[in-house]
Design a protein around this ligand. Structure first.
Ligand code: B12
Length: 254
């Protein structure tokens, strides 16, 4: 069964795939898989390489490539669910690559329904590095993950033998926000200030100022670069303006 799925997934152009039994997935902050998908037995976890655009000084180039990749991952997830449900006869559910997230439940802000890093570790696709990202043994840090949950009872793939992170510290010193200074924890607010400068916090701030401005100032605000950037972030998904910890990592690079 695993070989059938592996061949199908790699045939779609995915860079790597691993399997985890739901019982081996341990993410202290995320909800139990059973609460999302009663009877789920396993996770198919997929790794997708990100290419050189994440190094570009232009956030437009970097985010454009990320949008290409995210679109591809979504199409792959849909096809894998179709394959598992249609050909293998098991109910299956696609895990969101990043969004949507639950902003209504207290304590869940910044927590995905399924933690894809913990899923990737459980499926033998990598290990946590100093930057709190999962480092793949061949592709390094520059991978994003998606997963499909199934009711198939599949055993977990073996964990990676050696952590590819050498603790060189480049991610820590290269973080423009100082968000990685404390080991084992990313400071969410510091990271978001740099990585999503036109995200939700910036939007709330903009509209609060807008509400208090006089009509002439409001007109000017709606023509400002700040508003146009917020608009792009919200409607086109131009979210990430920083890839530093991701792109400086030498692991897996020739
Ligand atoms: C919310 C979120 C964020 C938040 C972080 C919140 C957080 N503390 O996790 C913010 C906005 C800051 C963020 C930033 C980034 N993100 Co983000 N993010 C997510 C998202 C949607 C949910 C993560 C989540 O559930 N966190 C809550 C729980 C699981 O975290 P936690 O238990 O508190 O664990 C934290 C620490 O305790 C520590 N940790 C936990 N266990 C262990 C074990 C060991 C041994 C160690 C050392 C550390 C460690 O790592 C975690 C980070 O702080 C995931 C997608 C997903 N569904 O998984 C993507 C995801 C984690 N992000 C990703 C990426 C790439 C980024 C960015 C590089 C942005 C960008 N430009 O793309 C930065 C990197 C920041 C960094 N170095 O940590 C990728 C990571 C890929 C990878 N190779 O690991 C993911 C998996 C998206 C994807 N589909 O691939 N992200």
């Amino acid at each position: 069964m695993k070989e059938n799925i592996r061949t199908f997934v790699l045939g779609l152009g995915v860079d790597d795939v691993g399997f985890a039994a739901v019982g081996d997935y341990r993410s202290p902050k995320s909800p139990a898989i059973e609460s999302l998908f009663p009877g789920a037995g396993s996770m198919i976890v997929m790794a997708f390489r990100e290419f050189s655009a994440c190094e570009s000084p232009s956030p437009q180039m970097a985010m454009g490539a990320r949008l290409d990749l995210m679109e591809f991952t979504r199409s792959v997830n849909y096809r894998v669910v179709r394959h598992v449900e249609g050909k293998l006869g098991s109910p299956a559910m696609s895990v969101p690559v990043s969004y949507p997230m639950d902003f209504n439940t207290p304590g869940k802000v910044g927590v995905g329904e399924v933690s894809l890093r913990h899923a990737a570790v459980a499926a033998g696709l990598g290990a946590f590095g100093r930057h709190n990202l999962v480092v793949h043994p061949r592709f390094g840090t520059r991978v994003i993950f998606t997963a499909v949950l199934t009711k198939l009872e599949l055993a977990s793939d073996p964990p990676v033998e050696e952590n590819p992170c050498t603790d060189c510290g480049l991610c820590v010193s290269g973080c423009p926000a100082g968000a990685l200074d404390a080991e084992g924890k990313t400071d969410l607010l510091k990271c978001i200030g740099k990585s999503q400068p036109y995200g939700m916090r910036a939007s709330i701030d903009f509209w609060s100022r807008y509400g208090e401005a006089d009509p002439e100032a409001q007109k000017a605000m709606l023509r400002s670069p700040e508003y146009l950037s917020l608009y792009q972030a919200a409607f086109i998904g131009n979210q990430y303006f920083c890839y530093s910890c991701y792109s400086v990592c030498p692991a897996g690079r020739r």
